[in-house]
Design a protein. Structure first.
Length: 118
């Protein structure tokens, strides 16, 4: 049924990378909130960084796959640039501001899926 309603999404091979990035970002946000309110251990900081790098890899693979099979628009590049620049810069700010920046990124990721429809 999903393929009948949204044929553009189901035909795109690069969407799986956006879904993976969304899931990794959700786990990373919860891990970051746990570190902010309970305990911030060096081991958890490394895991948090690992999830961030995994999100960047998923976004890079999405951009490459989407560039091969269709055309990337400026919005896809801007969302990737958001994750490359603003999220690391927000680490120097307050912890809750960093969490807000990450959650805004989580809201922007489904926009990549919606852009495939139009």
């Amino acid at each position: 049924m999903f393929a009948d309603v949204f044929p553009q999404i189901s035909d795109s091979p690069s969407i799986i990378w956006v879904v993976a990035a969304i899931l990794f970002n959700m786990v990373n946000v919860f891990l970051g909130l746990y570190m902010a309110f309970f305990k911030k251990e060096p081991r958890l900081v490394r895991v948090h960084l690992f999830f961030y790098i995994t999100i960047l890899i998923c976004l890079a693979l999405f951009l490459v796959m989407n560039g091969i099979h269709s055309e990337n628009t400026i919005w896809e590049y801007l969302i990737g640039l958001y994750f490359i620049t603003l999220v690391p810069l927000s680490i120097k700010w307050d912890v809750l501001v960093h969490a807000l920046v990450a959650i805004v990124g989580l809201v922007l990721l489904p926009l990549l899926i919606l852009l495939q429809m139009y």
